[in-house]
Write a protein that binds this ligand. Sequence first.
Ligand SMILES: [Zn+2]
Length: 166
Amino acid sequence: MLQMKLCGDLVLREKCVPVDDISADILSAMDEMVRMMTEQNGVGLAAPQVGITKRFLVMMNPDTGEVFKMINPKIISRSDETVVMEEGCLSVLGGDNLPVFANVSRPESVVVEWTNERGERMGAEMSGLPARIVQHETDHLDGILFIDYLSSVKREMVMRKVRRHK
Ligand SMILES: [Zn+2]
């Protein structure tokens, strides 16, 4: 049974290590992460958010409902064009136990490569929501949270709500 790690837990700040063997443990963790993500109406979940400091994540394309399980994902190029979108995170919850949202500027599209759960090397160009989600989730693997991109004033507004979470 995996447990969601919340903002303030130092595991969220660790740089995760590459996966060298797609073990049964990793496969079952990814299954459970898909379940947790769906239950909480999330669109992505990275391994450190459930306390595992390895480079894998799950995400959903909200436009198609397609679920991706990505092992050792790597963003190999980013568009110069950026776009501002509202982001939340299942590890950054407010007093109502729901994610706190804030606007973040990021590249509009990215090219990402990963290994899927069958060990096949995959690649895709993503734009819009999937690009946003894959950038947010791969950041988690390097210990980066979306609040790190906010101005200190905006970050303090978010953290005030986070501190109301019991
Ligand atoms: Zn997140």
